[in-house]
Design a protein around this ligand. Structure first.
Ligand code: ADE
Length: 224
């Protein structure tokens, strides 16, 4: 899978992509991430990529020309399955969306800044708008990094069997059950007996029951 980021703050993304699961996916050759600095596509002396909004007072808006130029450049090289814009008014990211996107071949992710982008970018270039939650960040970079992390770990071959994404919360619309490691007892707190029983069927039954209880308590909306 190939992901092309378009941003005016590339430094914010580099450190993230050099660690974490995304780094592992890249070193295994399963994922390639390219970060494009929007300023490199500005066709003016001051490398300006934003401008004042028409008709309303405060707030800078990302201009269409550098974004269009960058996207067209990329599209000359290959076809893209999605051109995603990170924005708080987009479709809310969930595990289902991450699963779907993890099967794509080439994706562009545009990070917004300031007041957002010229609407004509959204109308003519963007195929999908994604939000990571009902709150406003100062830019789309962190949101884009969250999206890539959620996708990256699902690409076949990235996680080893023992950390398989299939046992994650949300994969079956349930929260993951509690999990324990050594010691068996700590300050009077014991690991549930069933987990030490070696009886796989019983353990599975316990895990399913606890996953259901936990989901009922903390996220009943997932069960409806
Ligand atoms: N940009 C700013 N806030 C955002 C959010 N909540 N989700 C995605 N992109 C954003």
């Amino acid at each position: 899978m190939r992901i092309d980021f378009i941003t005016c703050l590339p430094e914010l993304l580099y450190s993230f992509f050099n660690y974490s699961i995304v780094k592992r996916a890249q070193s295994k050759g399963i994922l390639t991430i390219n970060v494009h600095n929007l300023r490199d596509y500005a066709n003016n002396k001051h490398k300006q990529v934003d401008d004042y909004a028409y008709g309303v007072g405060a707030g800078m808006v990302l201009k269409i020309e550098p974004i269009d130029s960058c996207v067209q450049n990329l599209k000359k090289e290959r076809e893209y399955d999605e051109v995603i814009y990170m924005t708080p008014d987009g479709e809310k990211l969930d595990q289902k969306m991450a699963n779907t996107l993890s099967l794509k071949k080439n994706i562009i992710i545009l990070c917004g800044h300031y007041k957002g982008v010229d609407q004509r970018v959204r109308d003519s270039l963007i195929t999908k708008e994604v939000s990571i939650g009902d709150y406003v960040l100062s830019g789309g970079e962190l949101a884009g990094a969250v999206l890539v992390d959620s996708i990256g770990r699902l690409i076949p071959g990235v996680l080893s069997d023992e950390t398989s994404a299939l046992t994650d919360s949300f994969q079956d619309n349930l929260l993951a059950p509690p999990i324990y490691t050594r010691p068996r007892e700590y300050k009077g707190m014991e690991v549930p007996e069933v987990l030490l029983s070696g009886n796989d069927a019983k353990i599975e039954e316990w895990r399913s029951e606890l996953a259901l209880q936990k989901t009922k308590k903390f996220r009943p909306d997932l069960l409806t």
